[in-house]
Design a protein around this ligand. Structure first.
Ligand code: F3S
Length: 414
């Protein structure tokens, strides 16, 4: 990979040991994936925060680093609500280690908003056409697909390396040639709410690491797109998708190598008269209908779920409003978590108290998958295709899938 004189100096240790090690990570990645050079990033979103996932070795690795991030950088969810961890049943030891992890990142200048939806609270972290180094798979999918930015699915160390150096290797989804549909998925169904998570759950299993283009009947909202992309990133490893008539698409023949700050001009909106070239190039055509979506609910019934968890990815204010309205005048008799970013909860105290009046908990900084607190339950009911994919393997807990309305009804049952 080509390095400028300054970049090569960093690799030789001119700017200290931490930056040398970070540059080594970036160069190794660039060499593996055949990147021509590095490209500046607008922001970084760093995974590897939950002490449940990184353990002592991870904490030591981060604590050892010196210096300050070169671009605005934000954290993925931690293993607990940083304030209400006791209510979650987290023990003192874990809490102490988790706080140390967050402090270690803060010392490097990373903002300690622990969320998988950074675009919901810091819109300035990403603009259309920007190159980014983001880790969390649903955030990567949203940034690439809905916001028209460019990022690979970074690991924690490579995102942190990009944050400290301010650059990432130019390969993968940074390049136009990898941002073309590989599958066209025609969906002949009326979708709403959690149906988008069910659709993503199915589509991810079919396309794996492909780039699907959806033809939908209706017009999904932003939260629907968030759920769709999150589910595909978990059941497959989809990092980019398109929705005909809705999401940005780079025009054929353009090259991202011309312009580091993104190709504003090459991002056009797909319209209903979809480019014939795309139609020819997308290798596979898939048709899904109502019965396919229904089968996801049937295959993962609520059963006797002891816990209900909403907010994967983290709830937007609009989702909190909807949940608050559904819970008004009702009692959550089972454990009910509503996960969101702390900034969203703090900006919506009215909604938080309406939700918590029912007995539900509004949980910040963490989620049902990355916190060890959910592992004490036998079965969890979710409205998210991503949580449905991850909970059995990552938490050792059985998972059921239902609409938000049905999740809340389950939480109400004795
Ligand atoms: Fe976010 Fe946790 Fe789901 S990190 S996307 S709420 S698994």
């Amino acid at each position: 990979m080509y390095l400028s004189r300054e970049e090569d100096g960093i690799l030789q240790g001119d700017q200290g040991e931490t930056l040398r090690r970070m540059m080594e990570i970036l160069v190794a990645l660039g060499d593996i994936y055949g990147a021509e050079r590095l490209v500046p990033v607008r922001s970084a979103q760093i995974a590897g925060v939950s002490f449940k996932n990184i353990g002592e070795a991870g904490l030591e690795w981060i604590s050892d680093l010196q210096g300050h991030v070169a671009v605005p950088s934000i954290l993925n969810p931690a293993g607990m609500d940083l304030e209400r961890w006791k209510e979650m049943g987290i023990d003192e030891d874990f809490a102490a280690r988790q706080r140390e992890v967050v402090r270690a990142y803060e010392r490097l200048g990373v903002t300690a908003d622990c969320t998988c939806t950074p675009y919901q609270i810091h819109p300035d972290l990403v603009r259309r056409g920007d190159h980014l180094a983001w880790s969390e798979s649903s955030a990567v999918s949203y940034a690439n697909s809905v916001l028209g930015a460019r990022t690979n699915r970074e690991g924690g160390p490579s995102a942190l390396a990009a944050a400290l150096v301010g650059k990432t290797p130019l390969y993968g989804y940074h390049l136009d040639e990898n941002r073309r549909p590989t599958h066209i998925i025609a969906v002949d169904a009326d979708l709403k709410g959690s149906d988008y998570g069910a659709l993503g759950f199915l589509a991810g299993r079919i396309v794996k690491d492909g780039v699907p283009l959806f033809r939908l009947r209706g017009r999904p909202e932003q939260d629907d797109l968030k759920a769709l992309g999150a589910a595909m990133a978990a059941s497959g490893s989809v990092a980019l998708y398109f929705v005909e008539g809705l999401t940005p698409y780079p025009a054929s023949g353009s090259s991202s190598q011309r312009n580091d700050r993104g190709n504003e001009k090459s991002n056009q909106w797909i319209n209903k008269n979809i480019d014939k070239k795309i139609e020819r190039e997308a290798a596979e055509k898939i048709a899904l209908e109502n019965k396919d979506i229904d089968e996801v609910y049937e295959r993962y019934p609520p059963g006797d779920s002891e816990m209900v968890a909403l907010g994967c990815p983290h709830c937007s204010r609009a989702e909190l409003e909807r949940i608050a309205a559904l819970l008004d005048g009702r009692k959550a008799r089972r454990e009910l978590w509503v996960c969101t970013a702390r900034r969203i909860a703090e900006a919506s105290p009215d909604l938080v108290s309406r939700i918590e009046r029912s007995g539900a908990k509004v949980i910040c900084d963490t989620c049902m998958v990355v916190s060890p607190a959910s592992e004490r339950f036998r079965k969890m009911l979710v409205n998210s295709g991503k949580a449905l994919s991850y909970i059995p393997g990552l938490c050792g807990v059985e998972a059921g899938f239902a609409s938000t309305e049905d999740c809340i009804s389950m939480a109400e049952e004795d």
